[in-house]
Ligand binder design. Sequence first.
Ligand code: NI
Length: 183
Amino acid sequence: MTIRKIARMGHPVLAQKADPVTDLADPELRRLVEDMVETMIDAPGAGLAAPQVYEPVRVVVFQAPVGRADPGLSEAEIFEHTAPLTVLVNPEIEILSPAREGGWEGCLSVPGLRGWVERPAHIRYSGLGLDGKRIERVAKGFHARVVQHECDHLDGILYPQRMTDLSRLIFESEIRHWLEGKT
Ligand code: NI
């Protein structure tokens, strides 16, 4: 496994539509996924899409740990708000409710910055695992956010393009000014 270099905003690979994966058994694909997981964990990040390591194919890896979920959720809610380390090939997203939710996002391709992004709060997503089995889950909260953020990368979209108020595009080191008193 290798930690790969991460493309940064402005590189054309991040602005293009990625191609579907056609051969799940391709050893190159397996190597790519292993490297993506290692690169994500090393960074560290909650998710990574293949175009971020200069491979324009429709593969994402992500995790939504309990520590990132909203506090005070019931056990049933935590199920939808969290996900183990997941590899998703050729993902699709279906929006289940028009309600949107704002949250601070960062991106390994936009280092040092955070932005306030509103996204659909309740989604269903599906795709293939590396074993060829179909994955289908309902997601809310941070889980829904990370999946939408990563899948946006496959369509050449970075989170600043989803922002409606650019005064909320800030340096990570200044985020304390926004978080204070907002508990
Ligand atoms: Ni990103």
